[in-house]
Design a protein around this ligand. Sequence first.
Ligand SMILES: [Zn+2]
Length: 384
Amino acid sequence: MSQCSFKVETYPLTQNSIGVGSNLKLFRLSWGLPGPRVFLPASVHGAEVQGNLVLYHLMKWAKENSFRGELCLAPFANPTGTTTKIGTQTYGRFNTVTGHNWNRNYHDLAKYLGAEKIQAFALKHKASSLEEIKQNFQLVLNEALDQIEKEEKNYGLKENGRLNWWLQKLSVESDIVLDLHTGPVACRYLYAPEALKESAKYLRIPYTLIVPHEFGGALDEAVFVPWTKLQEAFTKLGVNHPLLVESYTVEFGSEETISTTEAQIDLDRLLSYFHFKKIIDQAPRNEALKVAQYYGALKDYKTYYAPRGGLYEYKIKPGDRYLKGDVLASCLNFEGLNSLEKLSEQQTNLTAQQAGALINHCPSSVVGSGMELLQVMENLSMFD
Ligand SMILES: [Zn+2]
């Protein structure tokens, strides 16, 4: 077994109003064997912490095993997001100063470069090997990010700017990006681009949302969109190339909580995928990975907004499937109560519009009307 080299790198992020700085810390593990560079940030949404424990177990695994290529691990990838508390709650999803979602401020490098430049690149590399195309296009993307930084630096970087820029920079230099998140109260689920539907299956996650090749601001899209545009440019020239990088958003359960039992299974999900990618030799043998796996289009990922304010009781668990008309939640308030005869009217049921699977529910039972209550997948198909 080859020896693992372990390096710690730090990238400066923000400085608070009394001058104290925060850094992005990266652990770089390499065995000196040729293979892809895999980047795994965890907790970009600060309250979504299970991925940190999974990275800890991945490092324990790395102590005893070897990996082809390089593992770049960024636990606590958003120090501000994870340490901003309101009472006991971690306010991790939005920047408290700007209100911005921490996972929506990446740069659309395909747009920045423009379709003409991407088409010209494809023409220039029409006869190049996949490896040459990959290396050269990674250089183009890297230069674009450097240029963006130069242009923005003159007038100062925005609040989220430094963190998003570093994470995108580390992603652009990688071949595979697995951005580790969680839902509010959620089952395991995954966002995968259309082009990677078959690879996605090997993460052995019960529910996969198939994402169109469009930029919506998230890291997974920031990574794959320029490459899907390049793929399209080659297709126009009559050359069919596979997608040369892979990126996913992996949702490891619920926010604000960690579980070692679940982390062992989550680690094996990653190892199953690494084995499929021929990065490791041994496939994990874990019965918990043998789950029924469903997928569905992102457009069929639906949110139920609370129809009335009140105390909600969730009647099914994330991961459960249900039929049209099933009760998903009940809601209680005392508005309008003036006689005991009317008591039964105070509690109402929310029923399913269509059959589907519950993916997320609101972490609180205390809900005002119009709040995001449930997120569900409809029109599910099953992986073979
Ligand atoms: Zn998230």
